[in-house]
Design a binder for this molecule. Structure first.
Ligand code: GRF
Length: 189
């Protein structure tokens, strides 16, 4: 897809931003249907902001304490920039019903478990504690219920006996980086 025709995309982050990094790299490829125009973070110390700024992507930090007010500001920014897709990438805040309604079917999230199993936080430890043989990651559409929207793609990996939450998180994160671009291609190409 050529530049001007790409889907203008915003990525929402809270932390390290490795998924943001892989989405950005992907966005530069010819076959990518997206172009990242904006990065939003609720955390001014998010490492991912260093990356987005280094790539000259407009990057904004919002304190989500007054969520409604902040979301309205963000909605205005998104509208101004003609953003058509939001990729949540390690974004740790829950978006309101109103916000999700305004972007219905246009917000996607990555979650480090095989949804519908292990919604919410601490997914790896919970999977290990339950003696699961497999875990993985899921890309899904965002709806009003936490980690419950329509599943776009999943990748399953084995949990080894010697795994702990950290080793499992690392292997799954590696898969997340491959899965996010694939899901976007599946949705838009
Ligand atoms: C990822 O495991 C993501 O699935 C989860 O938080 C982590 C964020 O990683 N929601 P990063 O900030 O993209 O490096």
């Amino acid at each position: 897809m050529i530049g001007p025709n790409k889907i203008k995309t915003a990525v929402f982050i809270s932390g390290t931003g490795t998924n943001l990094k892989t989405l950005y790299k992907f966005s530069l490829k010819k076959r990518s249907p997206i172009k990242i125009e904006l990065v939003i973070s609720n955390n001014k110390n998010a490492k991912g902001l260093l990356f987005s700024k280094s790539k000259k992507i407009i990057s904004k930090v919002f304190n989500f304490k007054k969520r409604m007010i902040i979301e309205n500001k963000i909605l205005k920014d998104l509208e101004k920039k003609n953003i058509k897709l939001i990729c949540l990438a390690g974004f740790m805040k829950i978006l309101s019903k109103n916000f999700i309604k305004k972007f219905k079917g246009k917000i996607i999230n990555i979650h480090p478990s095989l949804l519908p199993k292990y919604k919410g936080l601490n997914t790896h430890q919970r999977a290990i504690d339950n003696n699961e043989k497999f875990s993985g990651c899921t890309i899904h559409l965002v709806n009003n219920r936490l980690d419950s929207g329509k599943i776009i793609l999943q990748k399953k990996i084995k949990i080894y006996k010697q795994d702990n939450a950290k080793s499992l998180a690392k292997r799954i994160l590696n898969e997340e980086h491959k899965l996010y671009p694939k899901a976007i291609i599946k949705l838009y190409c």
